[in-house]
Every structure is written in structure tokens, then in C-alpha cells.
Design a protein around this ligand. Structure first.
Ligand SMILES: [Zn+2]
Length: 118
């Protein structure tokens, strides 16, 4: 038997999805920047443009960190982790954040609202 409090309310779900989308967009932006830069570096010397390349990359990475703050479980306010981390949480922080979590690893709430049957 499924209890309704094991699922997010539509409001919580919307907030969670909004935070997740912003976080994923920020991650995708960094990935896209890295791909673009590696492609461009085959055609031209990026050293001459490091004054714009480095701040852009830096800003994109800062963006990921800022977005990850708003990306958390609406129920227990903890970042959804791919698995429980029992050591050096700060070190493995970024790699441990689950991008497509089904369930909160902290409080066990399911990241879909009660009406979703899938
Ligand atoms: Zn939680």
C-alpha cells in the first residue's frame, strides 16, 4: 500500500523539477563549452583567447555550483545523491549528485507526484 506522503505534492514536484532543469542546463552548458573548446582548439590557438575562454568556463562552473544549491529534495532539503556518502562528502560532492533520481536517498520520498502512475 502506497502512502501519499511518500510522494511529492504537485507543488513540491514542480519546484523540484524546476531546480533539476536549471541544474541539468548548467551541467549541459559546461559540457557543451568543453566540447566546443576542444573542437575549436583543432583549428586555432586558444592561448590568444584565454582571457575570454577561462572566465567563460569559470562562470559556467560557478553556475553549476549555484544551481546545485537550489537542486535538492523539497521534502528534506538535501541534495539527491546517487548513493549514500559516508566519507569526504565535499570531495565527491559533484559526482555524487544524481541527475535523474527516482527517490530521495535521505528521506525516501519518491520524486514524482502522487497522481503519476508510471
Ligand atoms: Zn529527501
Amino acid at each position: 500500500m502506497i502512502k501519499s506522503d511518500e510522494y511529492l505534492s504537485p507543488t513540491e514536484k514542480a519546484r523540484f523539477e524546476a531546480g533539476r532543469k536549471k541544474f541539468l542546463t548548467a551541467v549541459a552548458l559546461v559540457a557543451a563549452l568543453c566540447v566546443i573548446l576542444s573542437v575549436i582548439s583543432h583549428f586555432m590557438l586558444l592561448d590568444d583567447y584565454s582571457w575570454i575562454v577561462l572566465p567563460a568556463l569559470f562562470a559556467a562552473i560557478i553556475n553549476v555550483i549555484v544551481r546545485s544549491w537550489s537542486y535538492k529534495c523539497p521534502r528534506c532539503k538535501k541534495a539527491p545523491a546517487a548513493k549514500r556518502i559516508s566519507f569526504g562528502e565535499e570531495v565527491s560532492y559533484s559526482s555524487a549528485i544524481a541527475l535523474m533520481p527516482k527517490q530521495c536517498s535521505h528521506c525516501g520520498v519518491h520524486f514524482k507526484d502522487f497522481n503519476e502512475k508510471s
